[in-house]
Design a protein around this ligand. Structure first.
Ligand code: FES
Length: 292
């Protein structure tokens, strides 16, 4: 079950902007069309953009580069010294050159969001596009020797980036996008009975509970696998997913986890799900954390 969202005033304001849904639909179609051009490399590219290969979301790492660069621009412009013009222009250009990479990673993450978070994500993307436009105009103004105008556009761009950054924070801290939703800490350290072994059909995904924690059980031949049942991406119910080549695919956004150890094979998830040890005692399947 999805977590009930209690909107902040800003989220509530964004939520009322229903036109964002139409913008989101257009954006989503554009991204899907672009990814569709990649054919069977699409999932690999998605994994790169999500940060699945890194075990950490990529977008928050990449955004630090243009933000840092544009902060340098801001400081240089604010100090108003002629000898800082070169540094201001170079850092502005560095931000312009690196922001698209952060945007690509963010858009990939956004495609796997729903509801209010999706709408906030559209507002975040539109504001970032506006900031990019302002900084691009600032760069052209500086090249045309209109430094005062260039600086004004740069200050405006930084203001827009701050508002957009607030929404980015809402996505992470309020809507928990990019946060690990699997409950690794709660996995029982001692053996706990979870199901009768003779109720597990070969190749069937079964949801059980271990000390109140949802657990996914899968029998494959003589082996019984147990993983945390909550998808680490946004908390999807893995027991309602699909079994594919020794892995389970989440029904919500298609993250794929290896049954053998819970590692992420395909994003949007970047964090693994907990893997539990199993044994059968007196006809009962028992599980415990795979450590300790
Ligand atoms: S909840 Fe998004 S992939 Fe599982």
């Amino acid at each position: 079950m999805r977590r009930r969202e209690v909107p902040t005033p800003v989220t509530a304001l964004v939520n009322r902007q229903r036109w964002l849904d139409a913008a989101g639909e257009t954006l989503g179609r554009g991204i899907q069309a672009a990814l569709g051009q990649l054919g069977n490399r699409q999932q690999s590219v998605r994994n790169v953009l999500h940060g699945t290969w890194l075990g950490h979301p990529l977008h928050p790492l990449l955004v630090t580069v243009p933000l840092g660069a544009w902060t340098v621009t801001l400081v240089c412009d604010a100090l108003g010294r002629r000898r800082l013009h070169t540094a201001a222009d170079a850092s502005l250009a560095a931000g312009l050159a690196t922001a698209p990479f952060a945007a690509l990673a963010g858009m990939a993450d956004w495609t796997a969001t729903d509801g209010t978070a999706r709408r906030v994500g559209v507002a975040h993307a539109l504001l970032n596009s506006l900031a990019l436009l302002l900084y691009g105009s600032s760069w052209f103004a500086r090249r045309a020797e209109a430094r005062g105008l260039g600086q004004a556009l740069g200050f405006a761009g930084f203001g827009v980036v701050l508002v957009s950054g607030y929404l980015g924070g809402e996505l992470v801290y309020r809507h928990r996008i990019g946060v690990d939703h699997a409950r690794d800490d709660d996995v029982p350290a001692e053996w706990v009975p979870v199901a009768r072994a003779d109720t597990l059909e070969d190749g069937k995904l079964v949801r059980a509970e271990a000390a109140g924690i949802p657990v996914l059980l899968v029998r494959q031949g003589e082996t019984i696998y147990a993983l945390g049942e909550t998808c680490s991406h946004l908390g999807g119910p893995l027991a309602q997913g699909q079994l594919v080549d020794g892995s389970v695919v989440c029904p919500w956004h298609g993250s794929r986890f290896a049954l053998a150890d819970g590692r992420v094979l395909n994003g949007p998830a970047t964090y693994p799900v907990p893997c539990l040890m199993t044994r059968v005692r007196e006809g009962q399947v028992e599980v415990r954390a795979a450590f300790g």
